[in-house]
Design a protein around this ligand. Structure first.
Ligand code: 5GP
Ligand code: ZN
Length: 112
């Protein structure tokens, strides 16, 4: 998608700090980290949010969830949190599906 910040990152038009990539997904450090480790995991396919995940994305989502623990291990995390925000009221600011991988500090139990 032309205007999407994360699609621009995928095309190399905006620089990013790569953590992991393969043919389906890309992971990079968040520009404004909220924890010592704050990695964003995104599909190469532009999907607007978790609200747009459909049955044809099942294998992609399964792949993302197998890679997340590998990235956590690569980042030396044993404990971590994964968050995806869908829609403005949930805090989504970039309309390209992404998973926040957070760790490296005690985060407590409050989710909202
Ligand atoms: P959201 O608020 O949509 O759940 O998360 C979007 C995330 O993208 C935010 O944590 C924000 O800091 C991050 N972000 C926005 N623009 C950029 C950018 O250009 N580069 C990187 N690395 N992260 C970005
Ligand atoms: Zn996009």
């Amino acid at each position: 998608m032309t205007d999407c910040i994360f699609c621009k990152i995928l095309r190399g038009e905006i620089p990013s700090s790569k953590v992991y990539e393969d043919e389906l997904i890309y992971a990079f450090n968040d520009i404004a980290p909220m924890a010592p480790v704050h990695v964003l995991i995104i599909p190469r396919e532009h999907i607007e949010s978790a609200a747009r995940i459909a049955p044809e994305h099942a294998s992609l989502l399964g792949h993302i969830w197998t890679v997340i623990p590998q990235i956590a291990k690569q980042q030396s995390l044993t404990d971590f949190r994964v968050v995806t925000n869908a829609g403005a009221d949930a805090g989504q600011t970039v309309a390209h599906l992404h998973f926040h991988l957070l760790g490296g500090k005690t985060m407590g139990t409050s989710l909202a």
